[in-house]
Design a protein around this ligand. Structure first.
Ligand SMILES: Cc1cc2nc3c(=O)[nH]c(=O)nc-3n(C[C@H](O)[C@H](O)[C@H](O)COP(=O)(O)OP(=O)(O)OC[C@H]3O[C@@H](n4cnc5c(N)ncnc54)[C@H](O)[C@@H]3O)c2cc1C
Ligand code: SF4
Ligand code: SF4
Ligand code: SF4
Length: 404
């Protein structure tokens, strides 16, 4: 029976809860809002299944294999604008839906709770587009995915690398099913759902129509904004230097404990595809002029034969260029390999304060100051004068790594 003694040893994938034959496991939130399994000793029949599917207890060994890499941009301008980067996820999802398949991804549930759910038509894909930098509640999505596979339907499951490894462990031999396609992302980390809830109160999300972490409406892809979408004239857009949630995410003060020592960060993965941002096509191809400038491009690493099999269908929906996989993982890909750093002192102070006053803590740790306003102003000026890309490149050169 699974018991969590150390929170750094659980990614919250829910594989154990989904596999339990007697429903003895419940996923319950801790004070940070992260879900952990707790098993009912009265109901448990000691079958050991929960331990056998846990991706932490049964880690995948990484070994090199042949990969292909592309940079791609969806041809549909509306889908591209709605997506975080180049809309690669939607191109993959559409190819699965076209064959009568089902697509699982992270979207919003009631009151903007981030949850995993499924879509059966392309109109429902909007909910999955645009990254939500908060850990999702997987609920029974692994069991639902298995049910669809058993019915003979094609299934696409998209999520963080730990979620995809958890799903494949849960499916066991069924993970080999030709009908299953998996997509993961290069994953910085996931933020606390409790912090997200406090942020929702601060922005009065109850009166918002949509919340978008990487909105391209105002300043396109390179300087995408957090958008609180209300009736058009009342929407609020903020960049990463002023928006509280984006600052909390990039400050690494509120990530899931395991994210600070994540072992799922690697190049050779169990998924079929890995997606991540491509900031500048000219870093990878001489043919960069064919992509719409600053509209967003996704890097895609293809790991499997199955992935290669459906690639033509995906690429037919996109402007694309084949690139060298070694280049793909070398440029601006720190998050593919290294866990986020943890400042123990700031972490402890943040959570001590958050326990007493969640919203006050966010305002205190991420205040609007003269410096943040100035940075925001300068970024906007750089964007309007067309030198934003150049300044970013210089910034990256100086720091040795591009800031997102
Ligand atoms: C938590 C998180 C951290 C990320 N960190 C990085 C990074 O450090 N560097 C980098 O280059 N790219 C990172 N990405 C990936 C990047 O933001 C884009 O998702 C990627 O470029 C694909 O864009 P797209 O336009 O093809 O897909 P989109 O249309 O934006 O589709 C988004 C996809 O991400 C999934 N997704 C959204 N939110 C979550 C969530 N909370 N949990 C699980 N899956 C989710 C959706 O199900 C969908 O499959 C991260 C994404 C997430 C969700
Ligand atoms: S040992 Fe079996 S019955 Fe007990 S919690 Fe784990 S999966 Fe459920
Ligand atoms: S299976 Fe997933 S949720 Fe369950 S203990 Fe392991 S990591 Fe945690
Ligand atoms: S950083 Fe690692 S542990 Fe954290 S959500 Fe991403 S893949 Fe999972």
């Amino acid at each position: 029976m699974i018991t969590i003694k150390d929170k750094e040893k659980c990614c919250g994938c829910s594989a154990c809860m989904n596999i339990c034959p007697v429903n003895a496991i419940e996923m319950t939130p801790d004070s940070q809002g992260f879900l952990y399994p707790s098993a009912n000793t009265q109901t448990c029949i000691s079958c050991g299944k929960c331990e056998s599917v846990c991706p932490i207890l049964n880690p995948e060994k990484e070994s090199a294999f042949e990969q292909e890499a592309y940079i791609i941009q969806h041809k549909d301008p509306e889908i591209l604008k709605d997506s975080t980067s180049g809309g690669a996820f939607t191109a993959i999802a559409e190819s699965v839906l076209d064959e009568g398949g089902v697509v699982f991804g992270a979207g919003y549930g009631e009151n903007f709770r981030v949850i995993h759910k499924f879509a059966e038509n392309s109109g429902e894909l909007h909910s999955f587009r645009n990254s939500k930098y908060v850990q999702s509640d997987k609920g029974k999505s692994f069991s639902e995915a298995r049910k669809f596979l058993r019915e003979g339907r094609r299934v696409l499951f998209s999520g963080t690398p730990c979620e995809v490894e958890g799903l494949l462990k849960f499916l066991g031999s069924e993970s080999e099913a030709p009908l299953l396609v998996t997509v993961d992302i290069v994953c910085h980390a996931v933020s606390s759902p409790a912090v997200w809830n406090a942020f929702l109160n601060i922005v009065d999300a109850a009166n918002a129509q949509d919340l978008r972490f990487r909105d391209k409406d105002k300043y396109s892809y390179l300087y995408s904004q957090f958008a609180v979408v209300r009736e058009k004239s009342r929407s609020v857009y903020e960049g990463i230097e002023t928006n509280i949630m984006m600052r909390a995410f990039f400050s690494n003060v509120c990530d899931r404990p395991l994210c600070y020592s994540c072992k799922f960060k690697k190049r050779y993965r169990v998924s079929d595809f890995t997606l991540w941002d491509c900031w500048d096509a000219s870093d990878f191809t001489k043919d960069s002029g064919k992509f719409t400038h600053n509209a967003g491009i996704t890097r895609i690493l293809v790991h499997t034969q199955k992935g290669r099999g459906i690639l033509p269908e995906i690429l037919s929906r996109c402007i694309h260029a084949k690139i060298n996989p070694d280049d793909a993982v070398r440029v601006s890909s720190r998050e593919m390999f290294y866990p986020v750093p943890k400042d123990e002192e700031r972490y402890a102070k943040f959570w001590e304060s958050f326990g007493h006053d969640p919203e006050g803590t966010l305002r205190k740790f991420f205040p609007r100051t003269f410096k943040t306003r100035l940075e925001s102003f300068l970024r906007k000026i750089a964007f309007r004068t067309g030198i934003y890309s150049f300044v970013r490149k210089m910034y990256k050169k100086i720091l040795g790594e591009r800031k997102r």
